[in-house]
Design a protein around this ligand. Sequence first.
Ligand SMILES: [Ca+2]
Ligand SMILES: [Ca+2]
Ligand SMILES: [Ca+2]
Ligand SMILES: [Zn+2]
Length: 463
Amino acid sequence: MRLRRLVAAVCCAAAVPLPAGAAHAAPETPADLALLAARESLLGEHHWYRQTFDGKPVLGGYYARHVDKRTREVTVRDGRIAVEGLASGLPAVAAEQAGAVVDRQVAGERASTELAVLPGARAKLVYAVLSRTDRGSVRTIVDASSGAVITTEDVVKRAEGTGSVFAPNPVVTLQDTTLTDQDDADAAVPTKAYQAVRLSDLDTSGTLSGSYATVVGPADQLAFAENRRFDYPRSDDRFEQVMAYHGVTEAQRYVQRLGFQDLNNEPQDVTTTGFEEDQSYYDPSTDRITFGSGGVDDAEDADIIWHELGHAMQDAQVPGFGLSVDGGAIGEGFGDWWAVIMSVPLHEDSAAAPHACVGDWDAVSYTEEAPHCLRRTDTDLTIADRRGEAHFDGQIWSRALFDVYRALGRDESARVVLEAQFSYSPDTTFAQAAETTAATAGALYGAQAEAEVRAAFTARGIL
Ligand SMILES: [Ca+2]
Ligand SMILES: [Ca+2]
Ligand SMILES: [Ca+2]
Ligand SMILES: [Zn+2]
């Protein structure tokens, strides 16, 4: 909906000098306003109004009058919005009924319900319903003529910050497989491996916590920046916290862009402190990801972050996922593949940094040959090669998914796999999960896509 401001707003407000002697005259203000607040500052007096229509507040409309204390010059900021075509001034739906609609959608306690006008060319009479939830207040706009929910929004302020990260890791960015950890030394990695990024969806606490990720750990070790600039070199342990916040948040934003509004859509707990082994894990009983600091710090490699996040995503989709040997392998294989899917747009597929290589940077500590990979998603392993070890067998699964990606493309394959996983069983077999995935491809993209997915699993001996 395009909103037409009645008068050009902030950009073009004009100072209107009052005629001499009129300085203390009652301010002339339009009739469709209700005073919200009057404030006095060092240099001026400020009156804030809300726009009304037929006595009801107009959502998003505002009007402010600023008076310069010294010159008595008046400046008006007119942000009123046109209200056109309002069908009726009376609601067809009762307030209590609208409130009940909101209660079914928003888990929280209703705080207020107000009849208001949603402005625009086809203005609507609506209820603005405020609910208090665990994640802060939520405002829901309900059509007062039909009872349908128009929008739901967080009232809580979200902030943006900036930070320095590896994206996804220095080996890939610099296409240099000779880099080594050198015990977390800054000198081991050229500064051009760092990238300045936006850290979105932060809350306003100054810590790395937000809508999709919360970095947890001992308070005195957590990154804190009042100005929300989180720039640390890799030797600073707060660097891994920035990596984890950014990696998890960007993945959730991608999941939502794909259309999934309810796939681990919550602040995922992550910690990068206190575990010194060369491994990382997701603990479903605490819903927390822990990154180890052995060798290259695990959270210095976004591939490792996305692999672990894969476990958290699957657990959010299917409670208790991974009960069977096959399920465990699917968990590992999906995590590896998810790391690949997330890193594909960040770099070229090259000999030094193949897309199929997972953990190109973390693995320099424990592999001899380049490219250094924790695992790959393009092995030729089939069901016949199974060892009953989840990470090894997971490569059979990840290769099948890699072929699905190559056949359907990044977004389409991600949609198919994520959608299918909602229907996996905790103790699924390879074959059952493959059938579900193929059928999902058919439902989303048709018979040709289903045949390609089926072929990818058949090539691995899974179907
Ligand atoms: Ca580090
Ligand atoms: Ca490591
Ligand atoms: Ca990689
Ligand atoms: Zn894993």
